[in-house]
Design a binder for this molecule. Structure first.
Ligand SMILES: [Zn+2]
Length: 113
């Protein structure tokens, strides 16, 4: 379960972010997660809950913003939403598809009190 190490990384980022700031507690972490990301939000939320016990981030809510999987055709240039993992251009049926977004995983913002 790699969510544990991700939660650990998140905690490191949060600690650095609030270090020296006048923060009593972290309320929300906004996380951008691509459709193709292998991170399972529920697992991550659970792992983070464990990791954050006794820290300023204890009880913080993880807010996931899902990013759709978008591809671009390498032949005709069309950009389209990839659904059901069909990596073919809907226009020219080319298999040369470049992924523009949908793989990302990042911490977008931290809300504190
Ligand atoms: Zn195409």
């Amino acid at each position: 379960m790699h969510e544990l190490s991700i939660a650990s990384n998140l905690m490191d980022i949060v600690k650095q972010a609030v270090d020296g700031q006048n923060v009593s507690r972290v309320t929300t972490l906004r996380i951008v997660i691509g459709e193709l990301s292998t991170v399972v939000p529920d697992c991550l939320a659970f792992a983070f809950e464990i990791m954050s016990k006794g820290t300023v981030a204890e009880g913080a809510h993880l807010d996931f913003e899902k990013k759709p999987l978008i591809g671009k055709c390498g032949d005709c240039g069309r950009e389209f939403r990839i659904q059901d993992f069909v990596f073919h251009c809907p226009d020219c049926d080319s298999p040369r598809v470049e992924i523009l977004s949908g793989k990302e995983f990042m911490l977008k913002s931290i809300e504190c009190e």
